[in-house]
Design a protein around this ligand. Sequence first.
Ligand code: AR6
Length: 169
Amino acid sequence: MEIDRISVLQGDITKQKVDAIVNAANSSLLGGGGVDGAIHRAAGRGLLDECRTLGGCSTGDAKITKGYRLPAKHVIHTVGPVWGGGMRGEDDSLASCYRRSLEVAVENGVKTIAFPCVSTGVYGFPQERAAEIAVREVREFLGKNQSIEKVVFVCFLGRDFQLYSELLK
Ligand code: AR6
């Protein structure tokens, strides 16, 4: 069942030893604060150099790089929507981030993948609404795809850990 392949933990995504961790990046893909900053710091300069070759990324899309000094083999960079009140297609864009990240994962033979809570920090997307979208999209994708073995939601904040734990019960 899909649900057996999904888990949640509270912690730092840069420490996860998985095939790919997802980065909540911005459209430049050239780094920033939050989880993006943490991933670039932990991965080292090679990550930024590879990101420079990618030509940025649109909101709702995803691009893959190597993981460099991270324990994860790859980083899948996705660009979440900036919250603007909910009437500007934010839900669809966020759903697209999860779907596109999983599609890129499958295309690259990634079997284990960790997600942060995309858009819910600097970009201001409401946490509960984002968690519902994330869990729904991942469940739906895993229902159709057998090649992904494990999806982990890595929550930095206790509140997110609570929300995901409830949704995955
Ligand atoms: N591991 C896991 N989650 C983390 C970590 C970590 N080490 N650090 C922070 N988080 P944010 P966004 C959580 O702001 O809202 C950047 O500047 C954090 O608590 O990182 O998508 C980019 O360059 C929150 O739950 O991403 C963009 O400009 C979640 O990660 C912009 O921020 C996402 O918060 C993207 O904003």
